[in-house]
Design a protein around this ligand. Structure first.
Ligand SMILES: [Zn+2]
Ligand SMILES: [Zn+2]
Length: 226
């Protein structure tokens, strides 16, 4: 009896498959892209200059990189904004005695000597994202209130998302040298060519952790964190 409906069931299933492919066409057709959102140059305490960091990022086939020195360096910001080889995002690691906060997509200095919610407001006023840097490290630990009530957009995570704080995770190596860029980095849906692309991918929890398989499992804490 039911066999007469088989062709209709088949057509409906085919229809669902086509819809699925259409909705996920970007994911299916384009592989994810990689990048690192926490890097330092010789402008602050990094070991390599801007050009060396970018050259290394290109070798790793990264499509985006944020330069987050401990202070705003106008020369680096100009180079980053004019960069054509990779999507370069200017930033600052807002560094106080107690906490470090990544300001992504800012070009003017954020004052670290104020409460975190005020730092976040300054970042948002410039159209940037505020991301808690290495909040899991004892020395720089955020309080729960700071993580949840300061308007922070995302946080750096170690291996897995922090169950106590359901903020979007970013994964970085806090690279102070070019060779550390791929210790731990982000993999996001393609394309990440604009800040809007990046913001959407991060805030919708679409980015995941990648790392150099040769290094990270052996020395998970070998990268510098500051
Ligand atoms: Zn730091
Ligand atoms: Zn850092």
């Amino acid at each position: 009896m039911i066999t007469k409906y088989y062709p209709y069931i088949l057509i409906f299933a085919l229809f669902l498959v086509i819809i699925f492919i259409f909705l996920n066409r970007q994911k299916i057709l384009q592989p994810p892209v990689s990048g690192n959102l926490h890097t330092h140059t010789t402008c602050s305490d990094g070991n390599n200059d801007y050009e060396t960091m970018i050259t290394a990022a290109l070798k790793l086939n990264f499509k985006f990189i944020a330069i987050t020195d401990h202070r705003i360096c106008p020369e680096i910001i100009s180079k980053c904004l004019a960069e054509t080889r990779i999507y370069c995002i200017p930033g600052q690691e807002v560094t106080s005695n107690r906490t470090h906060l990544l300001a992504i997509n800012v070009t003017k200095s954020i004052n670290p000597y104020q409460p975190i919610d005020k730092q976040v407001s300054e970042i948002h006023a410039q159209g940037g994202l505020a991301i808690a840097a290495h909040p899991y490290v004892e020395k720089f630990k955020y309080t729960t209130v700071e993580l949840t009530n300061s308007g922070i957009d995302a946080m750096e995570c170690t291996i897995t998302p922090d169950e106590a704080h359901p903020l979007p995770c970013i994964f970085t190596s806090d690279a102070h040298r070019a060779s550390a860029l791929d210790y731990k980095f982000l993999s996001c849906p393609s394309p990440i060519n604009t800040f809007s692309d990046l913001k959407k991918a991060l805030l919708f929890h679409l980015c995941s952790r990648s790392f150099s398989p040769a290094i990270y499992p052996l020395h998970p804490t070998s990268f510098q964190t500051d």
